[in-house]
Design a protein around this ligand. Structure first.
Ligand SMILES: [Cu+2]
Length: 457
């Protein structure tokens, strides 16, 4: 017999199903996956409110379907193989075939429904970092929802209330899942005009991430806390990071989010920029100031904007110099200035392949061509038109060209420096540097070089 209480429950269930819509629950939106690590063309919206789409460096935007006025997306958390640079593949966890996952692009005021399917070997959830949303949609496993168990699909639904730059990542076994590459960008475009959000000609986005993958292996060491050996943008390392190709005079926005374990001062050459927004929203114009480097702390996002009025190939990189390196050991003594020719001969009797390293700096590492294990990249790599850049990791190039067509994101090749405008070798006579006259010459300074053999008792 149907008690009054049970009848009431049944009626509520029926009503809520009808409200959500049978079609919405009848089938999941089509699962779209990406197999390529190349930068994909911006996804121009063919339904819903119009906006100027972003370009995700070495990434892509997830298509959606409109279902009775709701934008529906389908994210699948799953193991992926990510090419971090040509010749180097990593076994990561990500979404829809890639790490990071696809960028989600919506417009302020949109109602969004996100289906999240878990194909990982452990539970997960997704937190929508920076969003204003109902508490139960915040995605913190254990706090605001049960974790999504392997094989299960959860639905998140909310309205994109605030325009800005956001990200998404798991909030279940966060340490492991973020170290394995689970993250993605979220852009909420403004609805109509917003006085604090400029219209731009090019809009790029990427996430800062870091991995610890032993040369020759494929899977990140997820217990590493600080000493990562791969510093990446969107799980790519230089020279695997695509350049940011723009037309001279373009207003350019670059959106950067940090999901590593340390801060990254992002430095741009040739132009000054302003930070126009954070994951807290647009910064009022009166509170902005010019910069050429801005620090992106852990869990933060920054929007940089500038007018690309100087033609050329301009480096953009993290200013922590160890973050513009690829896989390397850090426990190496400095050998600069050490004359170890004598000791090398002795070591060679024991270890025939021993090489003297770093006695004139580490720049020679790019030319040594030491045999590398399979599936890794040299510590410093990436050739330009004038030789090696002696950098890896968190580096790219902003290519500003007069004849780049509007909307054309293709790599125009290296910049042709106008004649007479490049640094050149001086071959004329060198003047003696003037010295201050002193009555008595200072005593010569004695320097004793500590040789590595002194440490080894
Ligand atoms: Cu850095």
């Amino acid at each position: 017999m149907l008690s009054r209480r049970n009848f009431f429950r049944t009626a509520v269930a029926a009503i809520s199903t009808a409200t959500v819509g049978k079609a919405a629950l009848a089938a999941l939106p089509e699962l779209v996956t990406q197999t390529s690590a190349d930068t994909q063309a911006p996804l121009v919206p063919n339904s819903g409110r119009p906006y100027n789409p972003v370009v995700t460096l070495n990434g892509w935007t997830l298509p959606w379907r409109m279902n009775a006025g709701v934008k529906e997306f389908h994210l699948v958390a799953e193991p992926v193989v990510r090419e971090m640079a040509p010749g180097f593949k990593a076994h990561l966890w990500g979404y829809n075939g890639q790490s990071p996952g696809p960028t989600i692009e919506v417009v302020e005021g949109d109602r969004i429904r996100l289906f999240v399917t878990n194909r990982l070997p452990e539970r997960t959830s997704i937190h929508w970092h920076g969003q204003r949303l109902p508490n139960g949609m915040d995605g913190v496993a254990g706090l605001t929802q049960p974790a999504i168990q392997p094989g299960k699909t959860y639905v998140y639904e909310f309205v994109a209330r605030r325009a800005g730059t956001f990200m998404y990542h798991p909030h279940a076994d966060d340490m492991t899942q973020i170290a394995m590459g689970m993250m993605g960008m979220w852009i909420t475009h403004p609805k109509g005009g917003n006085p604090h959000i400029a219209k731009v000609d090019r809009d790029f986005c990427f996430l800062l991430n870091a991995y610890d993958i032993e040369p020759g292996s494929y899977t990140p060491k997820t217990m590493t806390m600080l000493d990562f050996n791969l510093w990446s943008w969107n799980s790519r390392i230089f020279p695997g990071i695509d350049s940011l190709n723009v037309r001279q005079g373009d207003r350019v926005r670059i959106r950067v989010g940090n999901l590593t374990m340390t801060n990254h001062p992002i430095h741009m050459h040739g132009h000054e920029f302003t930070v126009t927004g954070t994951d807290g929203g647009a910064i009022p114009p009166s509170a902005r100031w010019p910069e050429v480097t801005t620090d992106v702390a852990v869990g933060q996002m920054r929007q940089l904007e500038f007018v690309a009025d100087e033609p050329g190939d301009w480096a953009i990189h993290c200013h922590k110099v160890h973050h513009t390196m690829n896989a390397m050991g850090h426990n190496v003594p400095t050998m600069i200035g050490v004359d170890h020719r004598g000791i090398a001969a002795k070591i060679n009797q024991l270890i025939p392949d021993y090489m003297v390293m770093g006695d004139q700096g580490m720049g020679d590492m790019t030319e040594m061509e030491m045999p590398l294990p399979d599936n890794t990249v040299p510590m410093m790599t990436g050739d330009g038109p004038f030789g090696s850049l002696e950098m890896g990791g968190m580096v790219s190039v902003i290519k500003v060209r007069k004849n780049q067509k509007p909307g054309d994101y293709r790599d125009p090749g290296w910049y042709q420096t106008p004649k007479g405008s490049r640094a050149r070798e001086w071959t004329g006579p060198l003047a003696e540097a003037p010295r201050q006259a002193t009555s008595s010459a200072p005593a010569a300074t004695e320097v004793t070089v500590r040789k590595p053999s002194e440490h080894q008792h």
